[in-house]
Ligand binder design. Structure first.
Ligand code: FAD
Length: 454
């Protein structure tokens, strides 16, 4: 398998309209590839523009209510401004427009010779692609830009991570290839949108201003800085310490991956410039970045119910139902959970970390979800609340990883464990377990001192 085959496996021709209509430009309607490095969709679009000797327009449709709060919109805005500056450097046009309905996007697409978009895994993204498919006469391509192994992920459904692990680790060496961004030939300016214009488009949104962005700055350049610092300072300790919530050895790349500010394949390439694929820390990190992350894409791709309890395996549904009426020792309302005001100091700290920083530590996310199962009126209610809280506050929320993480907490991709109250045979986690494994006082202290502007 060489680089070229892999690149071709990323491209889906939506309508076989290979005869180009004579539009004004080639359009890359970008949703999740807000970067110039390792952006396969952008590269494909540049290639098409060069073939037609036309300029390329990269267009971002800014939709109200697509993201939950100011936090995510602010992060996105910073990323779009950074993307604009990077695109300008290479002679590509960029336009951000607040849209009220899909027709505005359609109008921009109708003026194009060819339309290119990123791959859409989630329901809303698919709906938008279907709309364009039905209404466009132009050639329309979708290019997978998000995962490293599209062939494996899109070909069949996996039920356990181990089924994917071996294949992925065997194929990692094929990812090590420098990505060469094509140079655009026709650098004609189509629109003259300034950063102030982008700011203005955002100011027209009606947002929930209560949830602010504090600890992260959006954009490709920032994502690359974080990657560099991770490789230099933290990766060598990843295997032993990344699970420990009191320490800070995760990469913190998930928000950047989620918004497409950085590519997983680029992360792999950068790491392997400095480390061997046999290094235990690299193996441990790739197990998360490649195996679990790719599995999440596979999960949402093959499960229409990825965002609700109906995706769960039958054994999990049965065992949870059998314990549906077990007595709950604590029974909290959503508002109490949302504020982090339960009797459990570790859970409250995790929720506070989420509320303030927009990113909860990975190990605490598992504990956080398990406790909501224990405290909600019933497990279906817990499922709904977790999706709501995760999507509202996490900067990396609304991602296949989040849907998989929540499903996993209810038994998906896991095995049955010893039967117990409320959980049945679903894996259980306790505060004592946390204390046995980690110095939880240092986690509590860390959270106590995180900055909040309130
Ligand atoms: P690192 O440890 O540095 O890992 C590097 C990358 O590997 C991550 O950025 C992520 O892309 C991937 N990764 C790590 N762990 C997982 C995992 N368990 N599943 C899939 N991919 C993984 N991840 C999100 O990106 N968005 C979410 O909304 C989200 N919600 C979660 C909810 C629950 C209940 C659980 C149990 C997990 C959730 N995760 C989610 C997965 C995981 O906790 C985060 O990806 C991770 O903590 C992000 O921090 P990091 O980038 O510093 O991780």
């Amino acid at each position: 398998m060489d680089k070229f085959v892999l690149l071709n496996k990323r491209i889906i021709d939506f309508n076989n309209k290979s005869k180009y209509s004579s539009g004004e430009y080639v359009l890359y309607w970008v949703q999740s590839g807000l970067r110039i490095n390792f952006n396969f969709s952008l590269n494909f679009a540049i290639n098409q523009a060069n073939r037609l000797n036309q300029p390329l327009l990269v267009y971002f449709a800014l939709k109200e209510n697509n993201l939950p709060t100011l936090r995510q919109y602010e992060f996105l805005k910073q990323g779009l401004i950074n993307f604009k500056m990077n695109l300008e450097r290479i002679g590509v046009n960029f336009f951000v427009e607040k849209i009220n309905g899909f027709n505005q996007l359609l109008n921009v697409a109708k003026k194009a010779s060819i339309v290119v978009c990123d791959f859409g895994y989630l329901k809303g993204q698919k709906k938008l692609r279907d709309f364009l498919k039905q209404n466009l006469n132009q050639a329309f391509y979708q290019v997978e830009n998000d995962n490293c192994f599209p062939e494996a992920i899109l070909s069949k459904k996996y039920t356990f991570a181990f089924q994917l692990r071996r294949q992925i680790f065997d194929k990692i060496p094929y990812l090590i290839d420098n990505f060469h961004l094509f140079e655009i030939k026709n650098k004609q300016k189509i629109f003259n949108q300034s950063i102030i214009d982008i700011e203005r488009e955002f100011s027209r949104l009606n947002l929930d201003n209560n949830v602010r962005l504090l600890n992260f700055k959006g954009g490709e350049d920032e994502g690359l800085k974080i990657l560099k610092s991770f490789i230099k300072n933290r990766l060598s300790y990843y295997k032993n310490y990344h699970s420990d919530p009191g320490k800070d050895f995760q990469s913190n790349l998930s928000p950047y991956l989620h918004f497409g500010f950085i590519s997983a394949q680029m992360i792999v390439c950068e790491i392997l410039k400095n480390f061997s694929l046999k290094d235990e820390n690299v193996i441990s990190f790739f197990n998360e970045l490649l195996v679990w992350r790719e599995l999440a894409r596979n999960f949402v791709y093959f499960n229409r119910d990825y965002d609700n309890w109906k995706n769960l395996p039958l054994w999990a549904i049965k065992t949870l139902d059998r314990h549906q009426n077990d007595q709950r020792f604590y029974n909290y309302q959503l508002q109490v959970l949302e504020k982090g005001e339960t009797q459990d100091k570790f859970w409250n700290a995790a929720q506070k970390e989420l509320l303030i920083t927009g990113k909860m530590h990975g190990y605490m996310r598992m504990y956080w979800a398990k406790k909501v199962i224990e405290w909600a009126k019933n497990w279906r209610q817990a499922y709904q609340w977790l999706v709501y809280l995760n999507n509202k506050y996490e900067l990396d929320g609304r991602d296949p990883n989040g849907y998989l993480g929540i499903a996993w907490s209810f038994g998906q991709f896991d095995r049955p464990w010893k039967e117990r109250n409320i959980f049945g045979m679903i894996r259980y986690m306790s505060a004592q377990g946390l204390e046995r494994k980690f110095d939880m006082e240092s986690y509590l202290n860390k959270i106590k001192f995180i900055k909040s502007d309130k």
